[in-house]
Design a binder for this molecule. Structure first.
Ligand code: GDP
Ligand code: ZN
Length: 460
């Protein structure tokens, strides 16, 4: 039983006219009643659940009105957290939202930690861990496709599938346990062959899920795309051209340094996270060096490199240096500034990058940007994002757990091959069962739970 009552502003910071303060816990009514003046002075704990009440929030000490509000009352257990919830809709903008929050804290509520409402939903058994994680993904979804995958997960599609697999494992384990506990019950009756077959089927199921992990990661995090090239080749111009084509720019995160800028674009539902890197060159300058090292890191971790060369200048040592740096990466080569007289020896480039897509564009005039988008889409869509499999593994934590479970099952198969005793088999299967349980949160440690919920924003 959770003792305290939490409160937080649950609307995003800095926006618009109205803001919502959300409270959850057993004392919500004794906290809000004394500072709420409704028309009929009613006791909010006595009103019907899921009703809205008009009135004012007042300062308990000065008795002054803080804001005109609508108060929504939702009673346990049919709420987000399974606890009593009160939501106060303020109209007076961010200042009054803060003041109302201050009042409820004075009345004994505790400021919620990021993700704490969702954590309560998890602790009170309304949702499992994979569903809680889907809440973060929904908030952060980059495209419609990412959103619908996260919604499916919130509705429990992944939990359900994992549940089925665990159920199947449990059944096999029960048979084996019986064989261990009652030697007269012969394992041969169940048959190692049958056990082997069932384990193989389970592994096939796990592999089907794992096959979606690459696409899933892309849907959740975007294709991490580094735009590289020496200074003035047109990196920023390309980024702008791609952004201007966009009908739905989802987010806009200025980089932490002046030299790196990140933007998301949406190409047919696939989010691409574009990163404009600083000019990469070997340099003595310490400040510049920092930018350069960061660029190298970005290249290292990118899913895709867009390398830009300037058609209007000849190849330089810098170009060569960058080309060597991206040797082993998945890449796309752009020859920019088609509108200018060419100085670059194009053949040299076409001969060097025979395995890669090469496009000629003018970033400044936004020429052939659509063809570039087409190409990007094809590189990441063809057969890769498979919408047939309705469940996607989008989360690295889930992927790792599936891999570990699969390894245990592989061990189980060799245990059978080597005709080792049944309790060895039982250990392998129990471990697989445990790893699968980590996905839904049945078998996880507290510190992991803490870590997961700390990724949330305030008020969720
Ligand atoms: P960055 O340093 O690689 O980010 O390069 P910028 O995008 O800042 O571009 C450097 C200069 O090249 C700017 O003056 C741009 O206007 C110009 N530029 C970029 N793309 C083109 C292009 O396609 N044609 C022409 N003529 N100029 C371009
Ligand atoms: Zn630039």
């Amino acid at each position: 039983m959770i003792e305290d009552t939490i409160a937080a502003i649950s609307t995003p910071p800095g926006t618009g006219g109205i803001g919502i303060i959300r409270l959850s816990g057993k004392d919500v009514f004794s906290i809000v009643n004394p500072i709420f003046r409704g028309k009929k002075n009613q006791d909010l704990s006595k009103v019907r659940s899921h009703t809205i009440h008009y009135g004012y929030i007042i300062d308990k000490e000065s008795k002054k009105t803080i804001d005109e509000v609508l108060v929504m009352v939702m009673k346990a257990p049919n709420t987000y957290t399974k606890e009593d919830i009160v939501e106060i809709n303020c109209h007076g903008g961010i200042v009054s939202v803060r003041k109302v929050l201050e009042q409820v804290l004075k009345m004994g509520a505790r400021l919620a930690e990021p993700g704490e409402f969702t954590k309560r939903a998890f602790l009170n058994g309304r949702i499992d861990l994979s569903q809680a994680e889907a809440v973060i993904d929904i908030i952060e979804a980059k495209t419609d496709m990412s959103l619908s995958t996260a919604m499916d997960q919130l509705e429990g599609s992944l939990s359900h599938r994992i549940g089925e697999i665990r159920e199947e494992l449990l059944e096999i384990m029960a048979h084996i346990e019986a064989a261990i506990d009652y030697p007269e019950y012969d394992i041969e009756e169940l048959g190692y062959d049958r056990v082997r077959k069932r384990i193989e089927e389970i592994r096939a199921n796990i592999h089907r899920l794992l096959d979606t992990a690459d696409s899933g990661k892309i849907l959740r995090e975007g294709v991490k795309t580094a735009i590289v090239g020496k200074p003035n080749v047109g990196k920023s111009s390309l980024l702008n051209a791609l952004l201007r084509e966009q009908r739905a720019i989802v987010t806009n995160i200025p980089g932490t340094t002046r030299d790196v800028l990140e933007e998301y674009i949406n190409i047919s539902g696939v989010p691409f996270k574009l990163i404009d890197t600083a000019g990469i060159r070997e340099t003595e300058d310490v400040v510049e060096q920092i930018g350069v090292n960061r660029s190298k890191e970005i290249i290292e971790s990118a899913d895709l490199i867009i390398m830009i060369l300037d058609l209007s200048t000849s190849l330089t040592e810098e170009d060569m240096y960058i080309m060597n740096l991206i040797e082993n990466k998945k890449k796309l080569v752009l020859l920019n500034k088609t509108d200018l007289p060419a100085k670059l020896d194009k053949n040299e480039i076409y001969n060097r990058f025979t395995q890669n897509e090469i496009l000629e564009i003018s970033a400044k005039n936004r020429e052939d940007i659509e063809r570039l988008e087409e190409t990007l889409k094809e590189m990441f869509m063809t057969g890769k994002i498979n919408m047939e499999e309705s469940i996607m593994i989008t989360n690295l934590r889930h992927k790792d757990a599936l891999i570990k479970a699969d390894e245990c099952l592989k061990d189980a198969l060799s245990t059978i091959d080597m005709e080792m005793p049944e309790d060895c088999l039982s250990i392998d299967l129990t471990n697989a069962y445990k790893y699968l349980g980590e996905i839904t949160g049945e078998s996880v440690q507290d510190d992991l739970i803490q870590k997961i919920f700390s990724q949330f924003c305030l008020g969720k």
